[in-house]
Write a protein that binds this ligand. Structure first.
Ligand SMILES: *Cc1c(COP(=O)(O)O)cnc(C)c1O
Length: 420
């Protein structure tokens, strides 16, 4: 599209256009950070108010039954399962992604300790979201040196591909479906098959995948999956994450945080732990009810959107973003680090710029909200539910102004906040 008019016309025929009205975005803002914190669904305001004032305030403790609080993590888990191709009962909404990485990885390692105890290597990506790597480090430290041989982390990168890392020592591979920095997208089916062929189990982190790209954990034959809901699912700040357990492992998957909520009969108050089967045993303790109830609104919106339409629009918008930056901002030192091939791209676009941090602050000051990631990465989340073609045009024009007029040189844009 070579004009703003063409973008406006494309918006008018966009079948997803009505979804934009379900979200409350401040006027004058183009929000390109839905991959980090999704926008506020209008209906979530009322839902949050009613869970606080009616369910908590008026009905008090009776709400565990009368408002079905106790079923929230599994009921919402079933909805998330639908979004990722899982079956009912295979997924729960709970805790954070980091904690769910811990539980899923520990359960996968537990299965391998029974089936293939000699396997002591966990493979992950150098470029993974750091928390995933930190959790692996923690697990390795906790497991110590069984029979003198420690577990170890083996990291893959462009020079050390997965195929080279897979051998008879590998127990589990933890990969992130869409890379948080570059937007590169793994082929989940082929990669899971490759991992299984090497005798390892596959744990997938779907944080930047769910709601952004098609996911089918069943078709991929994945073993475990985790992800968050406050990004493309618009669940709200700190909304609970999810963990999916393949039904084939339901009887054997044991996670070590054996809390009361994961017990098969939690209200028996038994002295010994007897885990509920499958994903239900991944619930640990009392859940954040207000957050859970509020986030269901965003998940219902995602469920009501057509997955094919979302993917087509996401690709059209990311294609347009790349094309406009490369044609209208040519001459500026911007380097695309997101894959161009559709099969390899998630739903955000990232460019390197030597003054990336200041450029992003200057852009945010003009109402175009993207984010910055070390080193030098300008990251733009493209959420097809509430962004249009004209938004992409306007965002790129703002970026052009910031760069042409060197607005980023202003001293206030050089100062780093606590959160970048
Ligand atoms: C956002 C993100 C997380 C976040 O983890 P929290 O525990 O929810 O803070 C984890 N992994 C990946 C790949 C992410 O993109």
């Amino acid at each position: 599209m070579s004009s703003r008019e063409a973008c406006v016309a494309a918006d008018q025929t966009d079948p997803l256009r009505p979804f934009r009205d379900l979200f409350d975005l401040p006027p004058g803002v183009i929000y390109l950070d839905g991959n980090s914190l999704g926008a506020l669904p209008k209906a979530a305001v009322e839902r949050a108010a009613s869970v606080v004032t009616v369910e908590w305030g008026r009905d008090l403790i009776g709400s565990w039954n009368t408002h079905d609080w106790f079923a929230l993590p599994t009921r919402i888990g079933d909805k998330i399962a639908q979004l990722i191709g899982g079956t009912p009962g295979s997924c729960v909404a709970t805790d954070t992604t980091s904690i769910n990485v811990f539980k899923a990885l520990a359960a996968a390692l537990g299965i391998q300790r029974e089936d293939a105890p000699a396997r002591r290597v966990i493979v992950s990506e150098q470029e993974n979201f750091p928390s995933d790597l930190y959790i692996i480090e923690g697990i390795i430290g906790m497991l110590g040196h069984p029979d003198g041989r420690p577990y170890e982390l083996r990291l893959i990168d462009d020079e050390h591909p997965l195929a080279d890392a897979l051998d008879d020592d590998v127990a589990v591979v933890l990969l992130t479906g869409v890379n948080y920095r570059t937007g590169a997208w793994w082929d989940m089916d082929a990669t899971t098959a490759e991992i299984h062929a090497a005798g390892a189990l596959a744990v997938w982190d779907l944080c930047h995948s769910i709601g952004a790209v098609p996911v089918d954990v069943t078709a991929a034959d994945a073993d475990f999956a985790v992800g968050c809901t406050y990004k493309y699912l618009n669940g709200g700040p700190g909304s609970p994450a999810f963990v999916w357990v393949s039904p084939k492992h339901a009887a054997r998957a044991k996670q070590p945080l054996s809390g009361w909520w994961g017990h098969a009969r939690p209200f028996e108050m038994a002295v010994g732990y007897d885990p509920a089967p499958g994903a239900a045993s991944f619930l640990v303790g009392t859940q954040p009810i207000v957050s859970l109830a509020t986030m269901e609104v965003g998940i219902d919106i995602a469920l009501s959107a057509d997955g094919q339409q979302l993917r087509s629009k996401s690709l059209a918008l990311t294609d347009l973003f790349i094309e406009l930056v490369e044609t209208r901002l040519a001459g500026h030192p911007l380097t695309l680090i997101t894959p161009r091939a559709h099969a390899d791209r998630g739903s955000h676009v990232s460019f390197l710029h030597p003054e990336g941090y200041a450029v992003m602050q200057a852009l945010i000051a003009r109402g175009v909200i993207g984010d910055y990631r070390e080193p030098h990465v300008l990251r733009f989340g493209i959420t097809p539910l509430y962004l249009g073609f004209a938004d992409v045009w306007d965002a790129v024009e703002s970026l052009r102004t910031v760069l042409d007029e060197e607005l980023w040189r202003a001293p206030e844009f050089q100062v780093r906040g606590a959160v970048t």
